[in-house]
Design a protein around this ligand. Structure first.
Ligand SMILES: Cc1ncc(COP(=O)(O)O)c(C=O)c1O
Length: 355
């Protein structure tokens, strides 16, 4: 792994870390002392620096604001009992960021900039990583176009930035989800498989309508027929049907989630039957009627495992078995937490230690 890059560092004159309890702050609202920035111009990455977290003046003509060349990643750093900081699978996020960059006609970020920036930033802001059992430092790397120009074309300048914020549990309670059969998150040939800002903007209105009906999230269905289940909100979707873990197969409408990969790896390691394939609404309904739909959950970086306690579809509601009875997802949740907190062996080499 290459991390060697020349980073100019301007340290904050005083840390704000003691002004709040990092183990107890709302998700995504309290940012750590520093941020990493890399600037792209003249066909190359030119400057890399760390500066105190701050607002930066920007033109209202900045192309990212108008034409959506904006992509991002989300990952987490954890602290073990010895106080050492490690990040969960950052190279997977690095590779996915560049997959997004290619699709959005943006320059790829070199590995030494991504990993080097991450390493230096986390060294400086290690005190911001929560120690609580379910706490972590959420890391938000993002790449935006910065040309000050109106006109639809790829920008010539970009900024790659990393900011971080302490995070606790994302969902306090298990969630109810509504199958969405009108609005579409992603279509074949579109950008559903990348983390582009536009995917999230378009998802907010359907999510708001579902919330008005008492659901926390939607389950997206395929754009062509609305009969296959794809993702839940910003999470990959998984079911335990009988003794088999079933999840929608990856396609260009589904994000290749790193939590999804990790859950599948653990399931296979434990000898569980795993199927990555299409799952129809009808199959879900039939499994529910037959009593074989044992578990349903969303998985993603923010929530890790979000237990689904009920699924709505049109005028029907399908309640699911109590969370306490869910052997697989509870075991996965605990195992991932233990790997991240350094409490059990990291046999897959998922943790990247800050040095
Ligand atoms: C649409 C979507 N699906 C799935 C995921 C889960 O991916 P990951 O496990 O890499 O966080 C995310 C979050 O990144 C997402 O935004």
């Amino acid at each position: 792994m290459t991390t060697s890059v020349d980073i100019k560092i301007e340290k904050a004159t005083r840390s704000r870390v003691l002004e709040q309890d990092v183990n107890n702050v709302p998700f995504g609202k309290c940012f750590s002392d520093h941020m990493f920035v890399a600037e792209y111009a003249n066909g190359q990455w030119e400057k890399t620096y760390i500066m105190p977290y701050q607002d930066v003046p920007m033109s209202y003509a900045t192309s990212a604001l108008h034409y959506g060349q904006a992509i991002f990643e989300g990952m987490k750093a954890y602290k073990n009992e010895a106080g050492e900081v490690s990040i969960f699978r950052p190279l997977d996020n690095f590779n996915r960021l560049n997959k997004s960059a290619v699709r959005m006609a943006m320059p790829e970020v070199p590995e030494e900039i991504f990993m080097g920036g991450l390493n230096e930033l986390l060294k400086l802001d290690a005190a911001w990583v929560p120690t609580a059992e379910t706490g972590s430092l959420y890391i938000r790397p993002f790449l935006i176009s910065t040309d000050e120009a109106i006109g639809v074309k790829p920008s010539e300048t970009y900024k790659f930035i990393i900011i971080t914020c302490p995070a606790g549990k994302y969902y306090a309670e298990p969630i109810k989800v509504l199958i969405e059969t009108n609005y579409i998150r992603a279509v074949q040939g579109g950008i559903g498989f990348v983390k582009a800002a536009g995917n999230y903007g378009r998802s907010l209105y359907p999510a708001k309508l579902a919330q008005q009906k008492g659901y926390q999230q939607v389950i997206w269905t395929d754009g062509a027929t609305h009969s296959y289940l794809e993702e839940s909100g910003t999470m990959n979707l998984m079911f335990v049907i009988g003794d088999t873990l079933v999840t929608p197969a990856l396609s260009d409408t589904i994000l290749d989630g790193i939590t999804r990969r990790s859950v599948l790896a653990l399931a296979r390691d434990w000898g569980m039957k795993v199927e990555e394939r299409k799952i129809s609404i009808k199959e879900m309904q039939e499994a529910h009627a037959a009593g074989t739909l044992k578990e349903a959950f969303g998985c993603g970086t923010a929530a890790t495992i979000a237990q689904i306690i009920g699924i709505g579809h049109e005028d029907n509601y399908y309640p699911l078995p109590p969370v306490a009875e869910r052997q697989f997802s509870n075991k996965v949740d605990e195992t991932l937490r233990n790997i991240r907190k350094g409490k059990v062996a990291d046999k897959f080499n998922w943790m990247y230690k800050i040095n």
